[in-house]
Design a protein around this ligand. Structure first.
Ligand code: FAD
Length: 478
């Protein structure tokens, strides 16, 4: 591989496809200041997420703002203006990473935002960033109220009510602005529903015209049935054969959270239903971001906890869902698409291995997704090895994205194991760069000496490996 000039992260292994090494080698592509910032921010994220809001109170908003901008904001957010976002997108592309734009609005349960105008503003923000990437995340509660989604989710679970809420009915209302009215909703709620459907239609229509695919986020379990209903309605309109371009890939995707107990069955049902209906099917597969709130809400209401009992069960569920989707991709080709949205090295390895076993090409119907500023050692290695890897990049002003940053900090605590490893790899790379040149020369000569020495007897190979490792360790330590 070295003779071919391929990067060390991409080592051919014949029929098995490229072997991925998440050993931080790919950090060599990054600037020193980017590595320092990443290291500092990941350390900061191990502290309670409240730190961000406290820092604002303690330091006064200007100083705190400047600090946040230089640190956490710079690490996790693409920028505030279209030009800044464009710059971030170009930097990513230079590293063979693709942008997945996200407008970071967070409507927490129980909070109420300011009416139709707020949702229209969010729609404008989305329309502005649609053409900056080929995939875009769409958060439904940025375009419609969580309250309406909760109502609809309840209605969908009532026997006999689902007929009124058929996706086809909503799809027609979405497109033709028909006077849709749901019997169990109030006149205001029906009006908000119609306005919301219109916003979904406008964003989907514009995205389709710009050849951008929409990946709809999953949120809380008390909202998800309504979100899936909206996705199903959009899919009827935009994932049908008439809208298919060259490869027939879906324009609207849904997100499935493996930490929920019923996800495998729902995913199985939805994949089969899409195939029966002749619709393209797109899935972003995640573990799930609202674990603590889900459990707290279940406890408060005395309902059964909808989440998996522990981390291992979530990982097993993720693995099963991944396997299920890869089977569908293998059978349906580009009509079925999957984003493996995880920072977990094992999940990424499983996907890569199974793609190779099933003959799914690295840049075909399966792509990978990770958050900007997180797990770069995995993202960079995937990109260098020729896989489609998207970094989810939020954009907006500091005030707009603070709730988003708080959640990143919270998530980073839950992915502490991975973040710890990332920190180790970042430190290693920084030490490598900052070690004195004399030591580097010494390392270089040791390397030449090792390469030129006659091959050792087989029995000595283990010792030689240990010797090399200890030289490297001393060098890294120095
Ligand atoms: C591109 C992208 C898009 C995303 N979109 C969404 C989205 O639409 N909706 C959404 O909810 N999330 C979304 N996420 C976040 C995602 O769900 C995870 O929170 C995050 O990626 C961490 O999971 P992991 O697989 O990367 O890492 P890991 O460290 O392997 O997993 C951490 C996750 O495991 C689960 N977990 C941890 N502890 C336990 C426990 N005790 N019991 C049960 N489960 C546990 C939780 O889901 C936790 O987030 C997205 C992530 C990415 C990268």
């Amino acid at each position: 591989c070295c003779c071919l000039g391929l990067p060390p992260t991409l080592q051919g292994s014949g029929a098995q496809g490229p072997i991925l090494r998440f050993d931080g080698e790919a950090f060599r592509l990054k600037k020193t200041r980017e590595l320092v910032r990443a290291l500092l921010v990941l350390r900061l994220c191990a502290w309670p997420p409240l730190l961000l809001s406290w820092s604002q109170r303690l330091l006064g908003s200007r100083l705190s703002g400047a600090l946040l901008r230089a640190s956490v904001y710079g690490q996790f957010v693409a920028g505030e203006t279209a030009a800044e976002v464009q710059g971030s997108v170009q930097r990513l592309q230079g590293l063979r990473l693709r942008p997945l734009l996200a407008v970071p609005t967070e409507e927490e349960p129980g909070t109420r935002r300011g009416g139709e105008a707020w949702y229209e503003e969010n729609l404008d923000a989305m329309l502005h960033c649609v053409d900056l990437s080929s995939l875009m995340q769409l958060k439904v509660t940025a375009l419609t109220s969580a309250r309406l989604c909760r109502e609809l989710s309840l209605r969908l679970q009532e026997p006999g009510k689902a007929g009124e809420l058929r996706p086809e009915r909503l799809a027609t209302a979405m497109e033709h602005g028909q006077d849709l009215s749901i019997s169990s909703l109030s006149p205001e709620q029906n009006q908000h529903l119609r306005a919301s459907l219109n916003r979904f239609h406008r964003i989907a229509q514009y995205a389709r015209a710009q050849a951008v695919r929409l990946l709809v986020d999953a949120e809380y379990t008390f909202l998800n049935p309504a979100l899936s209903l909206f996705v199903a309605a959009l899919a009827v309109r935009w994932n049908c054969p008439e809208e298919a371009d060259g490869d027939g890939a879906p324009w609207v995707w849904n997100t499935y959270q493996a930490y929920l107990q019923d996800t495998y069955e729902r995913l199985h049902g939805a994949a089969e239903a899409a195939e029966r209906a002749g619709l393209a099917f797109g899935v972003k597969l995640v573990r799930g971001a609202y674990l603590e709130t889900e459990r707290a809400l279940a406890q408060q209401s005395g309902a059964a906890d909808p989440t998996q009992p522990n981390y291992e069960a979530t990982s097993r569920s993720y693995s099963r869902c991944l396997e299920l989707m890869l089977g569908h991709v293998c059978r349906r080709g580009s009509r079925c698409q999957l984003m493996v949205a995880s920072h977990n090295e094992e999940s990424v390895r499983q996907a890569v291995k199974r793609m190779s076993d099933l003959g799914i090409p690295p840049d075909g119907a399966v792509c990978f997704g990770q958050l900007l500023g997180m797990c770069d050692h995995v993202s960079l290695a995937l990109g260098q090895a020729g896989y489609s890897i998207y970094k989810s990049i939020p954009y907006g002003s500091l005030e707009e994205v603070i709730p988003y940053l708080l959640r990143r900090a919270q998530e980073n605590r839950s992915v502490l194991q991975g973040a710890k490893r990332e920190q180790e790899l970042l430190s290693q790379e920084l030490l490598r760069r900052w070690s004195p040149p004399s030591l580097r020369r010494h390392m270089f000569l040791s390397h030449i000496w090792l390469c030129l020495s006659p091959p050792p007897p087989i029995a000595d190979i283990k010792g030689l490996k240990e010797k090399t490792t200890s030289i490297c360790a001393i060098w890294t330590w120095a």
